[in-house]
Write a protein that binds this ligand. Sequence first.
Ligand SMILES: *Cc1c(COP(=O)(O)O)cnc(C)c1O
Length: 376
Amino acid sequence: MKNIPVAGPSITQKEIDYVTEAVATAWYEGANRFNDRFERDFEVYCGRRHAVALPSCTSGLHLSLLALEIGPGDEVIVPDATWIASVAPVVYVGATPVFADMDRDSWCLSPEAFEALITPRTKATIVVNLYGSMPDWDAITAIAQKHGVALIEDAAESIGSRWRGRLAGGFGVFSAFSFHGSKTLTTGEGGMLLLDDDRLHDRVMRLRDHGRKPGDVQFLNEEVGWKYKMSSMQAALGIAQLERVAELVEAKRRIFGWYQYGLAGWSGGSLKADHPDLCNSHWMTTVILKGSDPMPKAELIAGLRKRGVEARPFFSPLSSIPAFKASEQAAAARARNVNAYAITPFGVNLPSALGLTEGDVETVCSALRQVVDGGT
Ligand SMILES: *Cc1c(COP(=O)(O)O)cnc(C)c1O
């Protein structure tokens, strides 16, 4: 039986041609050609002043916190339900992550929960556009401005999403994308950091290159920094993918539409509801099981796997996972974050790979109905 994959890219001859050109030519005086072009293309796409190509989104979030001089004693508010990469950089710099509840409809940071957790120690918030969804960015921006909290946008899962017409990647002092192989636009591994501020950009450029002043050829490093760069081959892949971004996003939205059609009228679970201010690029179509006693996500995933369907659990609240469980902040979050604890145990990411056909989605929908309605 053919397995239906949960995630995966769309690679065409264009990508193969560009990467081939890079591996053959991006050396000597042409070494930075593809990186420069990928960054300039991304600045135009997102309407930002600076784009910095990186080995990952995680490194982009790390550089954001470093450039903002966030460290021990500082608090950073993060959504409780997200991938650990949104929060690990807070720990890298020695600051304290404060886990905020999700909004019940957007599944992203709740503006009310965010505001309620602000203290004099709060220096920043990392807001995540989860699974392509977006929070109420107007409310969150207003709260951040009122309290002087720096906004960092984790846009890893949301390329092509729009809030009131504005593209993901345009909402933070820093915004970061991931190009991991599972993401809508991929470079295998990779990331992009976007910002407008020239001083912060200069700081990022030094921190990401071992503390070298841009242009330094004497190896007279001014401080100890990090080494966060993307290769030319990855940048070439990214240029090709970005030329196809509208097509990639449209394909994700089409997959979501097939699921909407396939699960219409089903009472066992629901998909992400549309919101009039949001154009969701649906990185992962996600179902939340409903009812008085819904099946836990692990059981549903096991049942789907038996039927040749790969699926992934909705992220568990970080305050519940072993890495954070023992922290004081996690204990407070477990007592407080009712939406995260009510929704995430019953959420599953359905196959959303870019290579899926409508027939694959029909197969997934009937497997889902069998497992949930049939009870095994
Ligand atoms: C994938 C992902 C990241 C991390 O991206 P990397 O490129 O793997 O570092 C961060 N945040 C979210 C929400 C993600 O889904």
